[in-house]
Ligand binder design. Structure first.
Ligand code: ADP
Length: 250
């Protein structure tokens, strides 16, 4: 996944400023930085909920922002965006499960209706994923019958059911009671270590970031001010603002 000279403004507020970064296939990158520094805007751009003012965003060779028509680049149309979007899965802070559907159908709905997978195949895959997230016995429950941690693990299974190449994680434990956080992070650690999925993660869980990240990008005011391995960023940051940010939250 690659951002090239991406700028995003809201009115006169430049939220991302000529941003470049790359996440190589299969790598796990964590975005850290103070509130308002632009981290969520990056995820929203990848989800195509908003569009950049300038620059290009690529996902595994496919351009999300532009399409090539006879050798000329045009802003991407809806159909093109929908196709590239299929490569990206997201897990939200607030789970966002379908409340009127049982766990199994929450997971099979998109593979059947968006990817055109057969119901049998989608259900078989859903059962495998529920085993992966440790929820096999809850397959017939509605979301409200589950704890927040269990709902978030269903949301992870639901995102993986689309076989995304890139998984976006937006503060996935911040809405959970403290005792439920570890179970969700354990599942994500497992996925990070056992699959070749590319991950882009926004989190305040620094131990988790340390465990799963190949690289950590420190944001401030819409720019990457420091990047490197988790050991480097957490143990020996060079930038004064990184040091201040980490000492305030660790
Ligand atoms: P972070 O995730 O790092 O906390 P965000 O990406 O949410 O930061 O926000 C970056 C900046 O963009 C903030 O100043 C925020 O107020 C602004 N912003 C985000 N979304 C919108 C929007 N839809 N309209 C106007 N300003 C926005």
């Amino acid at each position: 996944m690659r951002f090239d000279r991406v700028t995003k403004r809201f009115g006169s507020n430049t939220v991302l400023d000529n941003l470049d970064f790359t996440v190589a296939p299969g790598k796990h990158v964590t975005l850290i930085g103070p509130s308002g520094s632009g981290k969520t805007t990056i995820l929203r751009l990848l989800m195509t909920l908003i569009r950049p003012d300038e620059g290009t965003i690529r996902v595994d060779g496919d351009c999300l922002t532009h399409e090539d028509k006879g050798g000329v680049l045009h802003p991407a149309g809806e159909k093109h965006i929908r196709e590239v979007r299929k490569k990206i899965g997201m897990v939200f802070q607030q789970f966002n499960l379908f409340p009127n559907m049982k766990v199994l159908r929450n997971i099979t709905e998109a593979p059947v209706h968006v990817l055109g997978m057969s119901k049998d195949e989608a259900e078989e895959r859903a059962r495998e994923l529920l085993e992966l997230v440790g929820l096999t016995e809850h397959i017939d429950k509605y979301p409200t019958q589950l704890s927040g941690g269990q709902q978030q693990r269903v949301a992870i299974a639901r995102a993986l059911a689309m076989r995304p190449q890139v998984l976006l994680l937006d503060e996935v434990t911040s809405a959970l009671d403290p005792e439920l956080v570890a179970g969700v992070l354990d599942v994500l650690r497992d996925i990070a270590h056992s699959t070749d999925i590319t991950m882009l993660c926004v989190t305040h869980e620094m131990n988790f970031a340390r465990d799963i990240s190949d690289d950590v990008l420190m944001f401030d005011q819409g720019k990457v001010i420091e990047s490197g391995s988790p050991e480097k960023i957490f143990n020996d940051p060079e930038n004064e603002r990184t040091r201040e940010f980490l000492s305030a939250i660790l």
